[in-house]
Design a protein around this ligand. Structure first.
Ligand code: ZN
Length: 463
């Protein structure tokens, strides 16, 4: 079996650290700065690979049932109290300004300002994350402790921002494989300084792309970094042809915290990717107590891919899912909340899953009349110690028995309860020995080999 690929957690966390202060939103300079940094990072990590490309649609463009929103360009924002102290300064923390706040420069009493302030009374030391994309307003977020200490009196409120026609942008890397069949990795890039719910997905997807670029694969890998919801809808609306090539999509988020892995199934619940994660978790690849979650039409962008008009089977991989940790959508989701080890393990799991998808094949046994003589071909002795040999023998017998062109290696691994990588390794040995041939057009499972009508035990014809 091939050695597992290791990822460097320090590099992953360092990338998150560089991305953290950039003031991301649905649109605007934070998105462009993020894409530029990811492009540079990929060029360093995978020289020679196709560059990350920026794509954009203009504000107002119709995208299915939506329109591309206006562009928000925040520059500076703060409130200044009667004591002359600037507070909720956007330059100090990008969460201080409500996303898509309209420009304001006014003086008002603390009472008049209060409806525009947001804090978390039950978590008094964290700044909440708030946006108002589709309703024009303005506001500031601050810790509840600071809010309660605001002196009464007159406040100067200043938001220097543009909100008007512009662009909605996303970044994309396409790493061509031997076929057009694509695996899509998707991560949102619209959250400002939030580490787990944003930067972890960006960094894991980037590291996996850099690794993928360094070797040959059957599948083409497409990695997209886009603003959530409207970004996914914009991408789907402007990639009608490309999206038909996507065989599997995996949305990545919340991968840096200390929680166990969660895989959320696709809409049908039984896509190849769903069965693969079921198998990987059952065979120990997801660490301690990984969990499979049913599909729900809420969450991240998997719900756009899984919509009835699109039907791209999309799963979502996280550690602790969104909304299930107290730091979620607050300044508590900072760089100390994500760890290098958690990020590296997440990369390894994604890599493992992508490698398995890429290596999943249907085979036909070329000596299907009874068992072929494995010993004569040296297949019994070639593989490792006694236990290892026994497990490989059994795996080989499973592959030979089930390879009638209708069962994939993943199907066989699941049925035999043998890790996919072992199945793949023994299938490679059987291929080398001339006992298997790849089936390019997998067959439907059959119950008889004669082609005669199947009869039930009472002699009636079962159709
Ligand atoms: Zn979020």
């Amino acid at each position: 079996m091939t050695a597992p690929v290791r990822f460097d957690g320090g590099t992953l966390h360092a990338l998150c650290t560089r991305l953290y202060p950039l003031p991301r939103s649905l649109t605007g300079p934070g998105v462009d700065a993020t894409l530029e940094l990811l492009r540079e990072h990929l060029a360093e990590r995978a020289p020679g690979a196709p560059a990350l490309e920026r794509h954009a649609l203009s504000s107002g463009t119709q995208i299915f049932d939506w329109r591309v929103p206006e562009q928000w360009t925040p520059r500076s924002a703060w409130i200044r109290g009667p004591d002359g102290i600037k507070r909720a300064d956007f330059a100090a923390h990008s969460l201080h300004l409500v996303g898509y706040s309209e420009p304001v420069h006014a003086r008002m009493s603390l009472e008049a300002l209060q409806p525009h302030l947001h804090s978390l009374p039950d978590r008094p030391d964290w700044i909440p994350y708030r946006t108002s994309y589709y309703q024009r307003t303005w506001g500031f977020c601050l810790t509840d402790r600071e809010r309660r200490s605001l002196p009464p009196g007159e406040y100067e409120v200043f938001i220097d921002a543009d909100l008007g026609p512009g662009e909605l942008a996303w970044g994309e890397i396409l790493l061509p494989g031997e076929t057009d069949s694509e695996i899509l990795l998707w991560a949102h890039l619209c959250h400002p300084s939030l580490a787990n719910d944003n930067l972890s997905g960006l960094s894991v997807a980037t590291a996996v792309a850099a690794q993928w670029a360094g070797s040959r694969h059957r599948h083409t890998l497409r990695v997209v970094f886009a603003p959530a919801t409207v970004g996914a809808i914009a991408w789907l609306a402007s990639n009608g042809r490309a999206r038909t090539n996507i065989a599997h999509a995996l949305v990545l988020s919340n991968l840096g915290d200390a929680g166990g892995f969660h895989y959320k199934r696709s809409r049908d619940g039984d896509a190849e990717l769903d069965r693969l994660f079921e198998h990987l978790f059952a065979s120990g690849a997801g660490g301690e107590a990984p969990a499979l979650e049913p599909f729900t039409p809420y969450g991240y962008d998997e719900r756009q891919f899984n919509s009835p008009g699109i039907r791209i089977p999309a799963g979502c991989l996280t550690r602790t899912p969104h909304g299930r940790y107290p730091q979620y959508h607050t300044s508590g989701d900072d760089l100390s909340f994500i760890s290098p080890g958690a990020l590296a393990d997440a990369c390894e799991l994604v890599w493992h899953a992508l490698s398995a998808l890429d290596g999943n094949r249907h085979y036909v046994n070329l000596a299907p009349f009874g068992e072929p003589q494995l010993g004569r071909r040296g297949l019994y002795d070639s593989l490792g110690g006694e236990n290892e040999r026994r497990e490989n023998q059994l795996a080989m017998l499973w592959v030979l028995n089930q390879s009638d062109g209708s069962h994939s290696l993943l199907d066989i691994a699941r049925r035999a309860e043998v890790p996919f990588e072992r199945m793949r390794a023994v299938a490679d040995s059987l291929l080398d020995a001339g006992l298997l041939q790849e089936e390019s057009a997998p067959r439907r499972p059959t119950t008889t080999s004669s082609g005669a009508p199947t009869t039930g035990c009472d002699g009636s014809e079962v159709s």
